[in-house]
Design a protein around this ligand. Structure first.
Ligand code: 6PG
Length: 472
């Protein structure tokens, strides 16, 4: 029997769907899972009649693959990934390629790439986005590692990826852990947009008095616009239309208001803090999840801490798509992308990843969770100016900021006056107002630092480093 083109380790939902995707694209496959019962169940169900065979152990698995072997691991990030690498490494040979398609911490990938490159086989850390449906129908993929290793798997990945008007949603990202770094930032942006849409929903419900279907209609109308047409807006509308079969009420209202996370949003913010990148909208979304998880404390505090009385402030007319609220959503979404792109630019310099920003925008246009029509504008912005310091100053995005800032400010001030939290909207407003201010009050911060710690300061009117005895 001829050997299989492609091997998959880890039959979770993502693994199953990715191997079915590879097989559909003409790559005969062999699968291995730690517990064989899972493999057996897959072969007898979704893989039945397809060119997919199973393996009971890793020696058998490796033996069933053509050389050089192409193996994708879809296992839990962290120690499980290290365990699988240690188990399979002794059986891999010159030129074989091992790919980690999980949501690994990019520094783990960095370490694995350098450890494993001293061996003869190649190692790729690849971000995969699109959830289970994307994995089956065409995800966005972000592979990083040595370029020669990527070449062994390029044709397979290009066929498996989502396709958009200018090509497949996969490209070589860069060396080391760059693929997982870019996926991490993708997820930070994902957290930001999810929270932004949740804030809009909350205001439409609590201030606008709309029910789930009415709010869904607003999101659906936004999804028809260039600025907001996106996967996340689309599924937000879908979620809001679903009713609880028990009583016909909006199902979202029955969901516990605590959001967890698997780590990528946290890693984005930690990286940003370490690298000196400003990502307040993304940070606000992470913090919103943290605060949401303190449910019992919030319930207790509600009976003690009083906020202002609710006011009915202007969010724009319903038949006009709530134009002011829409401004807030558009600018906050733009800020999430701008902050993510900025973080990648800084990281690229720091880690020498040589990230190509237009290509990253291009591969996010299809298949992934943050796909949106805005990404075409982002791609254009970095195409016309590869050194662009911040998306906000690109001419098209600057027009968006200048025409919508007033709307964002009205929504934030109305929400603040009503005591309704809008962390992403408020952070975005401060971010934009700070970014567009040539003079900020940090001159006084510098004076204080110099006063108590002799940290010295620079002056605006002369060169040099200065110290003053401030409290004589
Ligand atoms: C994707 C997603 C996915 C991620 C989940 C869960 O791009 O397909 O980013 O990889 O794991 O969205 O993320 P949280 O549990 O951290 O929200």
């Amino acid at each position: 029997m001829s050997k299989a083109h492609f091997g998959l380790i880890g039959l979770g939902v993502m693994g199953e769907n990715l191997v079915l995707n590879a097989e559909r694209n003409g790559f005969t496959s062999v699968v291995y899972n730690r517990t064989y019962s899972k493999t057996d169940a897959f072969l007898k169900s979704r893989a039945q009649g397809k060119s997919i065979i199973g393996s009971t152990d890793l020696v058998d698995f490796v033996g069933k693959l053509e050389r050089p072997r192409r193996i994708l691991m879809m296992v839990k990030a962290g120690s499980s990934t290290d365990a699988v690498i240690n188990q399979i490494a002794p059986y891999l040979e010159e030129g074989d390629l091992l790919i980690d398609g999980g949501n690994s911490q990019f520094l783990d990938t960095e370490r694995r790439v350098s450890d494993l490159e001293s061996k003869s086989f190649g190692y790729i850390g690849m971000g995969v986005s699109g959830g289970s449906k994307g994995a089956l129908e065409g995800p966005s993929m972000m592979p990083g590692g040595t370029k020669s290793s990527y070449k062994h798997v390029e044709s397979l990945l290009r066929k498996m990826a989502a396709q958009v008007e200018d090509g497949p949603c996969v490209t070589y990202i860069g060396p080391g852990g760059s693929g997982h770094f870019v996926k991490t930032v993708h997820n930070g942006i994902e957290y930001g947009i999810e929270q932004i849409l949740a804030e809009a929903y909350d205001l439409m419900k609590r201030v606008g008095g709309l029910n789930g279907s009415q709010i869904a209609d607003v999101f659906s109308s936004w999804n028809e616009t260039e600025e907001l047409s996106s996967y996340l807006v689309e599924i937000t509308a879908s979620c809001l239309r679903v009713k609880d079969p028990n009583d016909g009420q909006d199902l979202v209202e029955k969901i516990m208001d605590k959001a967890g996370q698997k780590g990528t949003g946290l890693w984005t913010v930690v990286s940003a803090l370490e690298l000196g990148a400003s990502v307040p909208t993304i940070y606000a979304s992470l913090n919103a999840r943290v605060l949401s998880s303190m449910k019992s404390q919030r319930v207790h505090a509600e009976s003690i801490l009083r906020g202002p009385n609710r006011i009915n402030f202007d969010m724009g007319k319903l038949d006009n798509g709530m134009s002011l609220l829409k401004d807030a959503v558009i600018l906050s979404t733009i800020a999430s992308y701008a902050q993510g792109m900025e973080l990648m630019r800084i990281a690229s310099n720091e880690y020498d990843y040589k990230l190509h920003m237009p290509s990253i925008a291009q591969i996010w246009k299809g298949g992934c969770i943050i796909r949106s029509t805005l990404l075409k504008r982002i791609q254009n912005a970095f195409d016309s100016d590869p050194q662009l310091s911040n998306l906000l100053v690109d001419p098209w995005f600057a027009t968006q900021v200048n025409s919508r800032l007033n709307g964002l400010a009205k929504v934030v001030s109305g929400a603040a006056a009503s005591g309704i939290p809008v962390p992403c909207f408020a952070s975005t407003l401060d971010y934009i107002n700070s970014y567009r201010s040539s003079r900020l009050p940090q001159n006084l911060v510098q004076a204080m630092r110099d006063c108590f710690g002799s940290h010295t300061y620079e002056r605006v009117d002369m060169e040099g480093s200065f110290h003053t005895e401030w409290d004589q």
